[in-house]
Design a binder for this molecule. Sequence first.
Ligand code: 13P
Length: 251
Amino acid sequence: MRKNIVAGNWKMNLNRSEGLTLVEDVLSKLPVDNKTHVILAPSFVYLYKVAKMCSDIPKVVAASQDCSANEKGAFTGEVSASMIASCSARYVVLGHSERRTNFTETNELLKTKVGQVFANDLKVIFCCGESLAQRENGVHFDWIKSQISESLFHLSVEEFKNIVIAYEPIWAIGTGVTASTDQAQVVHAFIRNLLVEKYGNEVAEGTSILYGGSCQPNNAIELFSQKDIDGGLIGGASLNADDFVAITQSF
Ligand code: 13P
C-alpha cells in the first residue's frame, strides 16, 4: 500500500519565529490518530530546528526545498545533501518549477542532484508539470514524460522506491486555479503508467504521486479521492496551520 503524503513547501516565506510558531501550531492541531505522512519543507536556515521539533512526532518529518548538485567544496552559498542529512531532514524536494524556471535547472542537473540525495540516504520529492502553453499545445504528456525519464529512469527498482513524485501544473501554482480533479487524475494515471512500463506494477503501485497547485481545504478531499492522487504538495495553504492540517486530514 502506498503512503498518503501531504507536504508543505514553505518556499521563501516566514522568518524563524513565524516558522517555528507554525510548526508548533501544526503539531498541536494534528489529531493523535493522524494517519497521513506529513512533510514540512522550511528554509534551510531553520531546517535543523524544524526537523528536531518533529522528531518525536509519528509520521511527521522535515524536507529541504532543494540541494546542491555537488558533493562539497568551493560552491559559495550552496547547501549539500550531506549537510541536509546531518540536519535530520528526510526528504529533498527537487525540480520545483520555480527552480526550473528561475534557476534554469535542467533534467540533467536534477539527475545529478538525485544522485547526491541518494548518496546521503535521503528520499526525493520529484516535481514535474507543464506550463499553460504546453497544455494548450497538447505537449504536456510528452513534457512530463521527458522530465521524469531523463532525471529518474536511470535508477534501479530499489532506488526508485525512495522517490515520491509531485505533479504540479505550473498554471495552477499560486494562481488560485486548481486543476480539475479529472485533469489531475488523468495526468497522475499517465505518470503511474510510465512507472508500470519502466519498473513494473509493484513499484508503480507503491509510488506516491502528489498533486500540487492551489490545493486548499475546500478541494483537497475531492482531489485526494482520485484513484491515483496520493496526497498533495502544498504551497500557500501550508503557511496556515488550520488549512494545512485540514488538508492533511482530507483522505
Ligand atoms: P500553491 O499551493 O501556493 O499553489 O503552491 C503549490 C506549490 O508550488 C507547492 O510546491
